[in-house]
Ligand binder design. Structure first.
Ligand code: FES
Length: 107
């Protein structure tokens, strides 16, 4: 099972086991990681699963989709490494992936 590292805006780190085929948003919810809300259930229509992908991992993810790009344009505090975690599937290659979570999703 790949391990995913989520780092909250305040630096708190959560290392969780991720199920292959699940999304990185669902993985965060299944493990009660604060800072990923997933309000739309993964339909790419809320932007509350926003995360920043660690630079070392950006090239290992699939390219951003058109719907994801449009949704990110309306999301707070985006950066060049922003992604929507509901649009990213857990694969074996992502073992050790580091995602940082934005201030806008602090609960
Ligand atoms: Fe709503 Fe990802 S969960 S856009």
């Amino acid at each position: 099972m790949p391990k995913i590292v989520y780092i909250e805006h305040d630096g708190r780190e959560h290392v969780v086991d991720a199920k292959l085929g699940s999304s990185l948003m669902q993985t965060a919810l299944d493990n009660a990681v604060p800072g990923i809300l997933g309000d739309c259930g993964g339909a790419c229509s809320c932007g509350t699963c926003h995360c920043y992908v660690d630079a070392a991992w950006e090239n290992k993810l699939p390219p951003i989709g058109e719907n994801e790009e449009v949704m990110l344009e309306g999301t707070l505090h985006t950066e060049s490494n922003s992604r929507l975690s509901c649009q990213l599937e857990v694969t074996p290659d992502l073992d050790g992936l580091v995602l940082r979570l934005p201030k806008s999703q602090v609960m």
